[in-house]
Structures are given as C-alpha cells and as structure tokens.
Write a protein that binds this ligand. Structure first.
Ligand code: GLU
Length: 368
C-alpha cells in the first residue's frame, strides 16, 4: 500500500540481479522488470532506477575477474561497463517504449546542497520530458575515501535529494526476518519497522545470509536515511519474477516507516545549515506571489544583505524587515546585486551566462 500511495519511487537493483554466478546476463528477469516499471509509469508514478552492474559488466566484457581488481583499474572497468549497463537496459526498455536517461553521482553530489539542488532539478525536468533516470555511482571518478561503494546508501540519498516517496531495495531474501531464514524455517518476516532499536539491530546481525556489496547492514543504514527524509523504504525479494507486481499484490517485504513527513524533512534540510548567510528584502508583490506558492524572482528583490554563495541558506524579509520565509539561493550575493529588480529574461544578458530563472525555487523555500 505504501508503494500504491507513492507518486515518486526509487528502485535499486544490484549487480547479482543482472548477472548470475556464471556471468550470464539475466535477460528474462530484466524483460520482466521492464514490465514492472511500465506498470508503475502507467499508474502515473515517477520512477528513478538505481542500478549497479558497471564493474560486473565491464569485467564480463574484458573477461577478467572482479575479485583481484585494484581500485584504479576498477574505475576504468566501471567506465567500460557503464556503457554496457545502459545498452542492456536500453535494448530491453525501448521495446516497452520506456525512455531512459543516465545520471552518475558521487557522494559529494548528494552532500553539497548546491549540487543536490541541481540534481533534483534535473530529475524533475527528466520526469517532465517523460524519461526514467537510471542512476549509478560515478565509480570512474569517485575515489575510495569519497565513495559510497554500495548502491544501497546511494539509493537512499537519491530518494532523499529527489524528494521521493518511497525506495525499494531488492535483496535475495523477502526482507528482514527475526532469525536467519536460510537456516531457520520458522523465521518470521518483519512487516513494518518504525524504530531501528536494539531488537531490530539484533535481527540484522542474524540475517547475515544476504549477499551483495552491502548486505543487510547497508540496507539498514539506507533505512535510517529514509526515516529522517520522510521516505518509506522496503527491502524486498528481487530474485523472483515481477518483483514489483509482487509487492503491490502480496506486500511480502519489510517496510521501514518514516519518522517525519517528507515536507517537514525538506524544511528541516533547508534550514539545517548552521545559520542563514544573508537576507533578501522583497517587495509586496513578491510576498503575495510567495504566499501563492510561487518561486522568488529577481524582479521582486529590493535589497540584499550579507555575502553568500549559491546553495546557501538565506532569509527572505518583507519591506518592514519582517521575516517571511527561508530558502536556498540559486545565485550568489554578487550576482543578485546585479540582477535585483530585473526581469528574469534579462538575467543571462546581465550576467553574461545562462543560469536559472528563479532566485529561490519554490521547492527550496519554507515559510516561517
Ligand atoms: N556502483 C557499482 C557498480 O555499478 C556497484 C556498487 C554496489 O554493488 O552497490 O558496479
């Protein structure tokens, strides 16, 4: 039901779902998976796929073994395999008229606000264009100390920065059990987890059978991120055919429930930086527009105080210096000094380069 209620869904699939132990591509599974994605898009859901497999497919192409790969070599292999990964998806998805795009992210792209805001805008524009973004970590660029290394946590951060309603992580088991399901036939599947407490931690240590880069541990870390992002997260069995249809019809999986609403999470994220770096004083017309849920445009800005960079958190004040809202600025303070009071269509001409048309996008703003 959580999936049914979601408008925007992130689905993460691991390398082992795409390639079996004998290095054979699991084409039939992927063909069925495309049907699952079609089911979601036909139900007007926006879908983001996070898929691993670049290194595994690169190894397959070069006929080398993943195990003995050094980091720098694996980065080159990922670059080779990423094309294979996209080609594989594209070949199968285009048969169902599903359009794919590629986004490669590093850890910093999700940590640094300015980059995270840009990424969100790109996701939104891709949805408007009717494309399904396929995300992977930018393994060729990310070095070990600034790397996720597992796509479970990457997927949860993608869900967070894109403002998605739910994340599905596929595993080789049905979800989290109260003991190891591969050893104990009476192991019970946990349906809902509200709080990752000692009892749950204890179950995790018993569910050691889960393979993959991350295993159950990184899935739980992903769940912690989702819980504070207002995003529902499921661990479900991906090895079966039509795994998404299976969640919709049977709900056999473990759901981690968010601790706060998505809106509150975003508000918190926006105002969580240490302190506002500056102030924008805006006219009455702009205040009215903001009250109607519109973005803040340069034309409504009267004055600006402080020095700040793009992506910084600023206060929005009315002409009596009363605080009205807070938001993340799409321009730095020097740029705003040059464009304040001007019509959006003039911005590129004044600055000499193409940029955003809003100074603070409505999604990056909270009323106080
Ligand atoms: N990004 C890596 C790849 O595409 C995989 C990371 C993971 O397995 O979680 O090969």
């Amino acid at each position: 039901m959580y999936l049914n209620n979601s408008k925007q869904v992130v689905i993460k699939i691991g390398s082992s779902l795409l390639i079996d132990n004998n290095k054979k591509i699991r084409k039939k599974w992927l063909i069925d998976f495309a049907k699952d994605i079609e089911l979601l898009t036909k139900n007007k859901k926006k879908v983001i796929i996070v898929s691993s497999g670049a290194i595994a497919l690169g190894c397959k192409k070069l006929n080398i073994n993943k195990k003995n790969l050094k980091l720098d070599k694996s980065q080159a292999v990922a670059s080779i395999g990423q094309i294979e990964l996209m080609n594989l998806f594209n070949e199968i998805f285009k048969k169902r008229k599903l359009n794919l795009s590629q986004i490669l992210l590093t850890l910093e792209d999700t940590e640094i606000r300015r980059r995270a805001i840009n990424a969100k805008r790109t996701f939104d524009n891709l949805f408007d264009l009717g494309f399904i973004p396929l995300v992977n970590e930018n393994d060729s660029i990310a070095t070990s100390e600034i790397k996720y290394g597992d796509n479970d946590r990457l997927a949860s951060r993608v869900a967070q920065i894109s403002g998605s309603d739910c994340l599905i992580l596929f595993s080789d088991v049905d979800g989290l059990f109260d003991s190891n399901p591969k050893v104990n036939r009476n192991a019970k599947l946990i349906n809902n987890v509200k709080d990752i407490n000692n009892k749950i931690e204890n179950y995790i240590s018993k569910n050691v059978s889960e393979h993959g880069t991350g295993g159950m541990k990184t899935k739980i870390e992903a769940a912690r991120i989702c819980q504070i992002s207002g995003c529902y997260m499921a661990i479900a069995n991906g090895l079966i055919n039509r795994p998404i249809k299976n969640i919709i019809s049977k709900n056999i999986c473990t759901w981690f429930l968010p601790k706060i609403s998505k809106l509150d999470a975003r508000k918190k994220w926006i105002i969580s930086s240490i302190s506002p770096k500056g102030e924008l004083v805006i006219d009455d017309g702009a205040i009215q527009a903001l009250k109607k849920g519109k973005s803040l445009l340069a034309t409504g800005i009267k004055n600006i105080n402080g020095k700040f960079s793009k992506g910084d958190h600023v206060k929005i004040l009315d002409k009596n210096m009363k605080e009205h809202a807070r938001g993340l600025s799409s321009f730095n303070s020097e740029e705003i000094l040059r464009i304040k009071g001007q019509h959006s269509s003039k911005i590129s001409e004044i600055l000499g380069y193409v940029s955003k048309s809003e100074v603070i996008h409505k999604d990056d703003m909270v009323e106080i």
